[in-house]
Design a protein around this ligand. Structure first.
Ligand code: C6P
Length: 445
C-alpha cells in the first residue's frame, strides 16, 4: 500500500509528507483549516460566511454569484494559506538547503499529497502540477499524442467538449496527418453511446471526454464510457474541470488513464491545476518542456531527465498556488463532497422548477443527469442583454458560447445564458435569479 493510502486511513489531514524529495521544514503554510463540525446536512448559509467576497453588494444589490463554472470564489482558509506561505515560507522549491527552501518544498509537496489523497491517486508521483486543465490536456497532446498518434490514426472527442479538449487534439491531428472524430449527442445533450461504440475503431489512439459539460451540465456516464473504450483497447483522458468540484473523482476506480482539472473551479487559486496519469503510462512518455527541475544532469551533449513527477514540471512552479490548492482540497474534504453534491442536486432541482415560472424561458440541454450548470434562453433576447440586466440586479451569470462553439452549433444556438452553482449557493440566490429574469423579460418585451 502506498504512503497516500495509509495516510488516508490514518488521518483525514496528514501533516507529514512522504512524497519524493519532500522538504524537512516545518510546513507552516500547510496548517489545518479551522475544525468545523461536519453536519449530516450541509449548510450553505454557514459556508457562505467562509467566503469574504460574497458579502459585497454590486450595483447596490447583494451579490448573487452564479458564475461558478467559470471560476469559484475562494474561502478564507485558501487566502490565508497563501498569505501565510508568503509571510513565513517563501523560497524556491527543490533547490536550496536553507530552512525557507525546505519549508517551501514541504508546503508544495504536502499539496501534492493532499491532491493525491483527494482524487484517490495510487501514487503521489502521478500528480503533476500544471497551470490548469488547458495545460494538462496540452501536456498529454504533446507527449502521449506526439508519440502515439501517427498518419491515418484517430483521436476521438465528443460534441460536449470545451475548446480546451478539442483544439489541442485538432492541432495534433493536423501535425500528424491524423483524424479528429466526434462522438455525437442527442438533442437533450446526452452522449450517444451506441455511436461511441461504432467510432471506437482500430485506429483510435485516444478518447478525450469531459466528466461534466461546462455548458449544459450533462454528467457523462464515465464508468460506462471508460469500460467501452478499454474494451477496444483505447486509453481515455477525462476532462475533470467541471466534474471535480461537484462530484469529485476516484481516479483509480474510474479506470481512466489521464484526468485533468483546474484548482480555480474548486475553490482554489488560478494558475494551478493537475494532470493525473497512470504511472506506467507517464513513465513511458517523454518530457514536454525543458528547463530547470525536470533534469538529473545536463551536458551540452546529453540531458538525463528527472523522475516523475518532476520530469513534467520544468521551471519554478506555482508554489503559493499549489499551497492554495492544498487548502482548497482540505476545505472540500471537511465540507464533505457527498453532502455538497446532495445540496447542489437539491438546488438545481429547485432552480429548474422555479425557472419554469419565467415566460418564454427555454432550457438549452435537458440531460438525464445534471451537475453544476443550467443553460437557457429568454425568448429571442440576446443572452448578453439578459446577463447585463441580471448584473444590474446583482446576479452574476455567464452569457456566450462558453468556449464550446461546436456544441452551440450542434444545438442550433449561438449562445446561452448559463447559471452555475457552488457549495455556497442557496435557494435565495435562485429566487433572486428568477426575480431578475422577470425584470429582464419585462424590459425587452
Ligand atoms: N471553463 C467556463 O466558463 P482552464 O481555463 O484551463 O482552467 O479550464 C478550461 C476548461 C476545460 N474544460 C472544461 C470542461 C471547462 O469548463 C474549462 C473552463 C470555463 O466554462 C472558462 S471558459
Amino acid at each position: 500500500m502506498t504512503a497516500v493510502k495509509s495516510e488516508r486511513e490514518g488521518s483525514a489531514c496528514p501533516r507529514t509528507s512522504t512524497a519524493p524529495r519532500s522538504g524537512a521544514g516545518e510546513g507552516v503554510a500547510q496548517r489545518r483549516i479551522a475544525p468545523a463540525e461536519r453536519s449530516a446536512r450541509f449548510d450553505p448559509v454557514r459556508a457562505r460566511a467562509d467566503f469574504p467576497i460574497l458579502r459585497q453588494k454590486v450595483h447596490g444589490a447583494p451579490l448573487v454569484y452564479l458564475d461558478n463554472a467559470a471560476t469559484t470564489q475562494k474561502p478564507r482558509v485558501v487566502l490565508d494559506a497563501m498569505t501565510r506561505y508568503y509571510e513565513e515560507a517563501n523560497a524556491n522549491v527543490h533547490r536550496g538547503v536553507h530552512l525557507l527552501s525546505e519549508r517551501a518544498t514541504k508546503a508544495y509537496e504536502d499539496a501534492r499529497l493532499a491532491v493525491a489523497r483527494f482524487i484517490g491517486a495510487p501514487d503521489p508521483r502521478e500528480v503533476i502540477f500544471v497551470r490548469g486543465t488547458t495545460e494538462a490536456v496540452n501536456l498529454v497532446a504533446q507527449t502521449f499524442g506526439r508519440t502515439r498518434v501517427g498518419p491515418g490514426d484517430e483521436v476521438l472527442v465528443t460534441a460536449l467538449e470545451h475548446h480546451s479538449n478539442i483544439v489541442p487534439w485538432q492541432m495534433l491531428c493536423r501535425e500528424k496527418g491524423a483524424r479528429l472524430a466526434v462522438v455525437p449527442i442527442d438533442d437533450a445533450g446526452d452522449l450517444d453511446l451506441d455511436a461511441l461504440d461504432r467510432l471506437l475503431g482500430p485506429r483510435t489512439r485516444l478518447l478525450a471526454v469531459t466528466q461534466v459539460s461546462n455548458a449544459l451540465g450533462t454528467v457523462n456516464p464515465l464508468d460506462e464510457i471508460v469500460r467501452r473504450a478499454h474494451a477496444k483497447g483505447v486509453p481515455v483522458l477525462v476532462d475533470g474541470a467541471q466534474g471535480i468540484p461537484h462530484r469529485g473523482i476516484d481516479v483509480a476506480a474510474s479506470g481512466a488513464d489521464f484526468y485533468a482539472f483546474s484548482a480555480h473551479k474548486m475553490y482554489g487559486p488560478t494558475g494551478i491545476g493537475v494532470l493525473w496519469g497512470r504511472r506506467e503510462l507517464l513513465e513511458e512518455l517523454p518530457p514536454w518542456q525543458g528547463g530547470g527541475d525536470m533534469i538529473l544532469s545536463v551536458t551540452f551533449e546529453k540531458t538525463v531527465y528527472n523522475a516523475l513527477p518532476y520530469k513534467f514540471e520544468a521551471g519554478t512552479p506555482a508554489i503559493a498556488e499549489a499551497v492554495g490548492l492544498g487548502a482548497a482540497v482540505e476545505y472540500l474534504e471537511q465540507a464533505g463532497l457527498a453532502e455538497v453534491a446532495a445540496h447542489e442536486r437539491d438546488l438545481l432541482a429547485y432552480a429548474l422548477e422555479r425557472l419554469r415560472e419565467v415566460p418564454d424561458l427555454r432550457l438549452v440541454g435537458t440531460p438525464r443527469e445534471r451537475s453544476g450548470a443550467i443553460s437557457f434562453l429568454v425568448g429571442d433576447v440576446h443572452p448578453h442583454d439578459v446577463a447585463t440586466v441580471l448584473d444590474r440586479h446583482g446576479v452574476a451569470v455567464r452569457a456566450g458560447h462558453h468556449c464550446a462553439q461546436p456544441l452551440m452549433h450542434r444545438l442550433g444556438v449561438a449562445a446561452t445564458v448559463r447559471a452555475s452553482v457552488a457549495l455556497y449557493s442557496t435557494r435565495e440566490d435562485v429566487d433572486a435569479l428568477v426575480r431578475a429574469l422577470h425584470a429582464a423579460r419585462e424590459m425587452f418585451a
